[in-house]
Every structure is written in C-alpha cells, then in structure tokens.
Design a protein around this ligand. Structure first.
Ligand SMILES: [Zn+2]
Length: 74
C-alpha cells in the first residue's frame, strides 16, 4: 500500500466515521428531546421532569404506575 493510498483510505475512513457520528448525534438530539406527551395517558409531561430526565416518555404518574406493575410481575 503506497502512502498515497493509505492517506486516501484514512481520509475515507474519517469521512465515514464523521458521517456515522453525525447520524448518532442526530439520533441523540431526538432522544434527548424526549417525548412531550406521555405515552401512557397522552397528557403533557411536566417540563421539569423532561428537563431532569430527557429520556422520559411518560409522566411521573404513569412512570410510577409502570414501575409498580413491573415490580408486581417480577
Ligand atoms: Zn401519563
């Protein structure tokens, strides 16, 4: 492998990596935004809860209810 080719491969790999990172960042941004409306009761999740737990997809009541039912099942 000539130096020229290696440089090209490295640049190619870096471009590929950057593209992957860009996709990850975009997905992360969506995830960080989280859900505005609760998946359980469809009411708006408390903005404070969303700020504290950006991945929250349920309001605190539904999250608690879910936790309880999970514990009961196990
Ligand atoms: Zn809810």
């Amino acid at each position: 492998v000539s130096l020229q080719n290696r440089d090209y491969d490295l640049a190619d790999m870096r471009a590929e990596e950057e593209r992957a990172v860009g996709i990850l960042r975009a997905q992360e941004a969506v995830r960080r935004q989280g859900e505005i409306f609760c998946k359980g009761c469809k009411s708006e999740i408390d903005p404070e809860r969303r700020a504290a737990l950006p991945s929250a997809d349920r309001c605190i009541d539904c999250a608690k209810r879910r936790e309880r039912s999970k514990r009961r099942r196990s």
